[in-house]
Design a protein around this ligand. Structure first.
Ligand code: HEC
Length: 230
């Protein structure tokens, strides 16, 4: 890789490029520098492999907290759906209470197919939570919150999220298409309120220009949350 030097500088060594008087030397990196660099890389990889704070442990930790109650959020429910113990509880409960109407494989029977991407009452995790928790009295879907309790309802939602859009052959899709937004990875910043269109200078009346942006941000809806049943 070494190029033919243009000249030799007493301090910098071989000069390989020169442009407008700015000179670029090409010297071998000091051994101590390279050693530190490679040790850092090896340490980083090793630490990454053995580090206890893997995504899986983070999910398990969050899951144990979430199933103790707290606010029902889209992100929290999606995280529960990544926790094997919670999903298993949901699956067992589903087999005991739900297969009569939704079918052995959730393919639908009296109730709709829960494995397609169409939802009568919304396919977001918080929508599914509301449907399971509060039921649909007029359509024969029982209200499960008071019967099973909040923790089990969350586990059921976690399970339904794992079968959502797996398309088991059964009852044809009903309702509206729901495509989940990309799940943010752990540690990613939560979706910012910047989703709301920023007011352009043209829209804001010149006199009230200073107040306009604040008003819009305040009016932007916060992340969809549902109040859990007691
Ligand atoms: C007695 C029958 C019955 C049982 C038992 C039942 N469901 Fe339902 N479920 C229904 C019906 C009927 C609907 C459709 C409601 C409608 O058309 O508005 C429904 C709808 C749903 C939906 C919404 C589907 C959509 O397209 O939006 C979900 C989610 C759901 N049920 C989950 C469950 C879970 C979880 C259980 C078990 C804890 C369960 N259901 C038990 C009858 C039942």
């Amino acid at each position: 890789m070494s190029e033919q030097p243009l000249k030799r500088d007493p301090i910098q060594g071989d000069i390989v490029h020169e442009y407008d008087g700015i000179e670029e030397a090409d010297n071998a990196l000091p051994v101590w520098w390279l050693a530190t660099f490679f040790i850092t890389v090896v340490f980083g990889l090793a630490y990454w492999r053995v580090s206890p704070s893997s995504r899986q442990e983070y999910v398990t930790e969050m899951a144990s907290r979430l199933s103790e109650g707290g606010e029902v959020t889209e992100e929290g429910l999606v995280m529960l759906s990544e926790d094997p113990a919670t999903v298993e509880l949901g699956q067992q409960t589903f087999h005991t209470n739900c297969v009569v109407c939704h079918g052995e494989h959730a393919e639908g029977n009296i109730g709709p197919n829960l494995t397609d991407d169409h939802w009568i009452h919304g396919g977001a995790a918080t929508h599914i939570y509301t449907t399971v928790n509060s039921g649909v009295a007029t359509a024969g879907m029982p209200q499960w919150g008071p019967v099973l309790g909040d923790r089990t309802v969350r586990a059921l939602v976690a399970y339904v999220l794992t079968i959502r859009d797996t398309n088991v052959a059964g009852r044809p899709p009903q309702g509206e298409l729901y495509v989940p937004a990309a799940t943010p990875a752990a540690g990613d910043a939560p979706p910012a309120a910047t989703d709301a269109p920023a007011p352009t200078a043209a829209e804001a009346p010149t006199t009230a220009a200073a107040e306009a942006p604040t008003a819009v941000v305040a009016a932007a809806p916060t992340a969809a949350t549902v109040t859990p049943s007691p």
